[in-house]
Design a protein around this ligand. Structure first.
Ligand SMILES: Nc1ncnc2c1ncn2[C@@H]1O[C@H](COP(=O)(O)OP(=O)(O)OP(=O)(O)O)[C@@H](O)[C@H]1O
Ligand SMILES: [Mg+2]
Length: 499
């Protein structure tokens, strides 16, 4: 207890001065202007909303504020949340750990921090003085983990989605505090600030969770994140004129942590007024228009382009296998240099037919190297396997998993999205045959932003719904244009060795 009293006195001074706390105690030798503005507003307002661009130092700031609150407010608590547990653990909580461990507090050994909780190192106080990362999970998931808890606690935990805190007593006390049933005893007037709620990647947090958070007896609520959507609680907190939140925007343009070339690249690629620039750099919400990654003009120009072929050595194929029952088509597009042609589009073809087509194609073009990018989901899996087993000498098979990780994980949510963006960037060079159905399929490739501000195409199911069928042509076209990661295919030969 003695140590706790000393701590209280030592940090009394910093209660009013977060900026110097960051500098003196957390060892931040420098703070950006935007970081300073957030810190100043933090003490002044009960509700704070911080929409931010990339690399503005928001994660560092949020992690530091968590520690700041806990140290300067005796018997205080911080509840930290984000859309997914993984995100919370790997980004937010990792940051809290990092900041605490490199701060001057570390050597005082006043707090204990592990991957589940940060709390005071005192057996009487540790259940009332802590920071806790929590996320929403499905009710089914909760049942499995906490089947033996009393009903009330289970309900609260279900709402708040508290997973894995460790011991039951802490859970009990957290629940009481959040329900406002438990009064903390012996607090002086200044001690009355208790609960800080911090939300990271706020655009991805469901409205129901915000309702639950609103229902807690919080003393401060701070929302951080890329504003990736123009609906929901986070959006309203900034753009609704009746919002009770004080707003501080953190822009990448002001950020000393953001590389100027990166800003330049995004402006060049997407335009200074694009949603990408608004969301990822300016910390603003995307505007209301739906965003197709292709423009009608550019598709038409590609239809009109006519290129002659050079002495090409490689041909790329994009392959999408249908069921053969009349629904989806089996489709193959071929790309020689930048000239793309449809080679197959048959509703009655399925795996064996497509396989035969490819084998014949490789034979006919036996002086070339054939790189086949195959949609490896569903029936494609079988085709990839069978072609690999066949070991056709001039064929390289790439299994493209649409839901798999992109090469550029920072920019694209999944491979399908990356593949279509690569096509869009290359469209100015391609020579395509006119095809209005293909054009329709391309225009319906609408993107959104995921919680990290990365591009994400709307789901294939939605596309099918809008189109009335699967976008087989555009998939095959995007596949034949995609630069798959090179694999270790040691038995493949150079083109000189072919036949
Ligand atoms: N005040 C500071 N002094 C020195 N370095 C800092 C400071 N704040 C942040 N940084 C560093 O700048 C980089 C970006 O910071 P941070 O990750 O907090 O930004 P972010 O806005 O969360 O970025 P992202 O958009 O990637 O989520 C990190 O390497 C971080 O360590
Ligand atoms: Mg971050």
């Amino acid at each position: 207890m003695q140590r706790i009293t000393t701590l209280k006195e030592a940090f009394e001074y910093y209660r009013r001065d977060p900026v110097n706390f960051f500098k003196d105690i957390l060892n931040f030798h420098f703070l950006s202007e935007d970081q300073t503005r957030v810190l100043q507003a933090f003490n002044e307002y009960r509700r704070l909303s911080v929409p931010a661009g990339h690399s503005t130092g928001k994660s560092s700031l949020a992690g530091g504020l968590t520690t700041y609150w806990l140290i300067t407010r005796p018997k205080s608590r911080v509840i930290v949340t984000a859309p997914t547990y993984r995100q919370l653990k790997t980004i937010y909580w990792a940051e809290v750990n990092k900041i605490y461990n490199r701060s001057k507090l570390k050597q005082l050994n006043l707090f204990e921090i592990n991957d589940k909780i940060m709390r005071i190192n005192d057996k009487d106080l540790k259940r009332e003085w802590f920071a806790l990362p929590v996320t929403a999970s499905t009710p089914e998931g909760m049942q499995g983990q906490h089947g033996d808890k009393t009903e009330v606690i289970e309900q609260i935990m279900k709402h708040l989605g508290i997973e894995e805190i460790g011991d039951d007593e802490t859970i009990e006390i957290v629940s009481q505090i959040l329900r406002g049933e438990k009064q903390i005893e012996g607090l002086t007037k200044e001690d009355k600030e208790k609960l800080l709620v911090m939300v990271d990647e706020s655009s991805g947090v469901k409205n129901e969770i915000f309702e639950v958070l609103e229902g807690t007896d919080y003393d401060k609520l701070v929302l951080f994140g890329n504003m990736t959507k123009n609906t929901g609680y986070f959006y309203e907190s900034v753009y609704n004129p009746k919002s009770k939140f004080y707003k501080v925007t953190m822009s990448s343009y002001n950020s000393p942590f953001m590389k100027k070339e990166q800003i330049h690249d995004l402006e060049e690629t997407y335009g200074p007024d694009s949603n990408v620039v608004r969301v990822r750099l300016k910390g603003e919400a995307p505007d209301g228009n739906e965003n197709s990654i292709f423009s009608s003009n550019k598709i038409d120009s590609a239809f009109q382009r006519s290129l002659s072929l050079s002495e090409y050595e490689t041909i790329k194929l994009g392959v999408d296998v249908g069921k053969g029952s009349g629904g989806d088509s089996s489709t193959i597009y071929e790309k020689k240099d930048n000239r793309v042609r449809k080679k197959l589009d048959r509703k009655d073809f399925t795996l064996p037919d497509v396989k035969r087509e490819i084998i014949q194609y490789c034979y006919k073009n036996r002086d070339k190297l054939i790189i086949a990018n195959i949609d490896g989901t569903g029936l494609g899996t079988g085709l990839v396997q069978e072609l690999e087993e066949g070991e056709i000498e001039n064929l390289v098979v790439n299994d493209i998993q649409f839901a798999g990780k992109a090469k550029n994980k920072k920019e694209f949510n999944n491979k399908r999205t990356e593949m279509y963006f690569e096509l869009s960037r290359n469209l100015d060079k391609l020579d395509l045959e006119e095809d209005q159905e293909l054009k329709r399929e391309l225009l319906i490739q609408i993107y959104e932003f995921d919680n990290n501000g990365r591009f994400k195409l709307i789901s294939k199911d939605k596309i099918k719904e809008m189109l009335g069928h699967s976008p087989d042509k555009s998939d095959a076209l995007a596949l034949c244009n995609y630069e798959a990661e090179t694999r270790n295919t040691s038995y493949r030969m150079s083109t000189e060795d072919l036949y």
